[in-house]
Design a protein around this ligand. Sequence first.
Ligand SMILES: [Zn+2]
Length: 378
Amino acid sequence: MRAFSFVLLLVAALPARAEDLAAHAARLVRGSIVVDTHEDVPWELREKWADLAVAGATKHVDLPRLRKGGVGAVFFAVFTPGTLADKGQAAHVAFELSDLVDRVVAAHPRDFAAATSVAEIRAAHKSGRIAILKGIEGGHAIEDSLGLLRDFYRLGVRYMTLTHTNTNDWADSLGNFADPSYDPAKARKHGGLTAFGKEVVAEMNRLGMAVDVSHVSPDTLRDVLAVSKAPPFASHSSCRALTDNPRNLTDEQIVAIAKAGGVVMLNASSSFLDADGLAAFRATPPRPFATTLSRYVDHIEHAMKLAPGAVGIGTDFDGIDDPPRDFPDVSYMPRLAEELLRRGHSDAEVRGVLGENFLAYLSRVESKSSPDTKPSAR
Ligand SMILES: [Zn+2]
């Protein structure tokens, strides 16, 4: 009889607790600035224009889903495929995508606000708008010109991923990880950053543009850690210890980035999160596969253990085809918060992962910038 009552109690208590957790997560998301540092919306809109306010505008992102997910700030990727470098069109396309982002924001002034700093992100959030920021993906976009780098900064670009899957003239990439016969040696050309690559990093530091090491080779990451005055970050990578995708960071790299003051923003692609996802992604033709939100949170928790206070979200939504089946788009951010709470993380820890860790990081980048504008030949 007593055992029976106990079971009844347990059955009665479970749904209530689950509901409490969902409500708690929703409240936490409402009171937080949720930041996603990598979404490939511009490239999606370039391929097929749509009004971002309309549901289903892109695969994983639109205004109704951003609102439902409680998203407070997003970096839209100004992505330039490496093939454009050979055609001399990389900067051209990057300027067009930057303009595209400006037009999306201008079309919805009540919902979106262009932001270029932590202060502007917080102000946008206060005014009930979603802060939209720009990050260049692929350093070949600057066409080896510090002048163009400064132009992009003036247009609001606040981070640059030093390489995409292609090695450029000044930084080694880790190469095309999608290739089933992946060989990192194919992308090794400079052994890290060249002398000019170090100048690029120094100018990014001076401007206050964050140095993104997702996609770069281990040698390039080592060089960045050695020369960058401001801490670098990874805008969309996950944990190599859990999934042996070369795009993921090793434990040593995660610790080194955090020790320098950087942050690691976790990618939500199943090919980054799950060995089966990586196998499906590399199959010819690729097989559909979707892992679970729980697996995504495994990666987040692994990084949190190595780098407390230095972990966040960089989903890569719209740039991936295989998000977790129960975390399929930006509207599911509260579910992520709920899973972290369910695993016993505190409100402060969850708020950190949702956005505060990144905002603290961006402040550190801003504090390393310098107004020095002494003229030089380039
Ligand atoms: Zn990427």
